[in-house]
Design a protein around this ligand. Structure first.
Ligand SMILES: *Cc1c(COP(=O)(O)O)cnc(C)c1O
Length: 393
């Protein structure tokens, strides 16, 4: 499929077998542990290769890996059982005891816990940096800084990072750049064009896209692929053919879903910005957002996930807003077809920066429902919040 260059066409074609007449559109689901070989010559031929044993992948998992690598312009992709395991595997693959790691302060909280506990236990020191640091990251580089980890936009607070500037400094110092690119997706942020060495996805979110699969993906450059792959195999990482099939099926519609998620997020943020209780919208695709210029420069689109900072409200009033939503569910995830809303508090997990908002923060995922219904649900929630705030006053 190398002659196909348009992303939409790659989404529709990559990872399919255009083989025998009468073959189905989709790859079959391989359920496998043992693989059988006929004769000792055949057995010898695969010994020590990924084709010898079921744990090393199947045609189903390889189809998904190939499609993901192709979409983002990576040399290779590896599938892991969750987004978090993709992050931890990639970090452990590139770091050694005595190394120093630079980590964005706005990183997904479980990534932070892994650095503070497991990496610390292994003698790997982490320094958190302000996600807006850009080329200023040079001042934090030490002789033993081996990796810079970025997440852009950041979890909960949505700061966009200057990945090209950070990559230039990191590479000058011999460090590799890892990026949690879950929000950007392989479509909207082409990591390898911006200097990233390892791009990581919680495929759980938009790639699978239907809230029924947990999966992660590690995408690498050619230079890093052998090292990361070797470590990944030693850890025994694997995913099932069933899950890979579901994720590949989700992937086929990634670009149409993202377009609609983005459009719905745009409608919701416009409505929210006009409410007197809203202090700030955190959505880099929105003009006026601190990350908007970088987003415009480096991304080709956005998704449905954003934050809303309210002016200070009594706790009871925020609860009144959230309790009784009908279109929006409450759950600690995003990227599926359904709308979600949760309260969040980033101040507990920032150390290099401070989360200074006076009022509460909500995280909203604009799903694929009709925006009129989502707005009606939010409007009813804001009405409950107003009534509860008045009752408190
Ligand atoms: C959800 C999420 C992860 C973790 O993915 P899981 O599949 O839930 O382990 C990692 N990074 C970001 C930015 C996420 O939102």
């Amino acid at each position: 499929m190398n002659h196909l260059h348009s992303t939409d066409t790659v989404l529709a074609h990559e990872g399919r077998s255009h083989g025998q007449p009468g073959s189905p559109v989709n790859p079959p689901v391989y359920r496998q542990s043992t693989l059988l070989f006929h004769g000792t010559d055949a057995l010898d031929a695969v010994r020590g290769t990924p084709l010898a044993y079921g744990r090393h992948g199947s045609p189903t998992t390889r189809a998904l890996e190939k499609a993901l690598a192709r979409l983002e312009g990576a040399h290779a992709a590896l599938l892991t059982p969750s987004g978090l395991s993709a992050i931890t595997t990639a970090l452990l693959a590139v770091l050694n005891p005595g190394d120093h790691l630079l980590m964005a302060d706005s990183v997904y909280d479980p990534t932070r816990s892994f650095c503070d506990e497991t990496l610390a236990r292994l003698g790997i020191e982490t320094t958190y940096y302000d996600p807006s640091i850009g080329a200023g990251i040079a001042s934090l580089m030490r002789p033993n800084t081996r990796a810079v980890f970025a997440e852009s936009p950041g979890s909960l607070t949505f700061e966009v990072q200057d990945i090209p500037a950070i990559s230039r400094v990191a590479h000058r110092h011999g460090a590799v750049v890892l990026l949690d690119n879950t929000w950007g997706t392989p479509l909207n942020f082409r990591s390898f064009d911006h200097g990233v060495d390892v791009s990581i996805h919680a495929a759980t979110k938009y790639i699978a896209g239907h809230s029924d699969v947990l999966m992660g993906a590690i995408l690498t450059t050619e230079a890093l692929s052998p090292k990361v792959t070797r470590f990944y195999r030693q850890l025994g990482m694997t995913v099932s053919g069933d899950d890979a099939y579901l994720a590949l099926r989700g992937l086929r519609t990634l670009s149409v879903r993202l377009e609609r998620h983005q459009r719905n997020a745009h409608v919701l943020t416009e409505w929210l910005a006009a409410q007197p209780e809203v202090a700030r919208i955190l959505y880099p695709a929105r003009p006026g957002d601190p990350g908007h210029a970088l987003w415009q420069r480096d991304f080709t689109g956005a998704c449905g996930l954003f934050g809303v900072v309210l002016h200070p409200q009594p706790d009871e009033a925020v609860r009144a807003l959230l309790d009784g939503m009908t279109c929006f569910g409450m759950g600690y995830s995003w990227g599926g077809f359904e709308s979600l809303i949760i309260p969040s508090n980033p101040s507990r997990n920032r150390t290099a920066t401070q989360w200074a908002a006076a009022g509460p923060l909500l995280r909203i995922h604009a799903g694929l429902e009709h925006p009129d219904d989502m707005i009606a649900d939010l409007a009813a929630g804001f009405a409950r919040m107003r009534a509860a705030a008045l009752a408190e006053a």
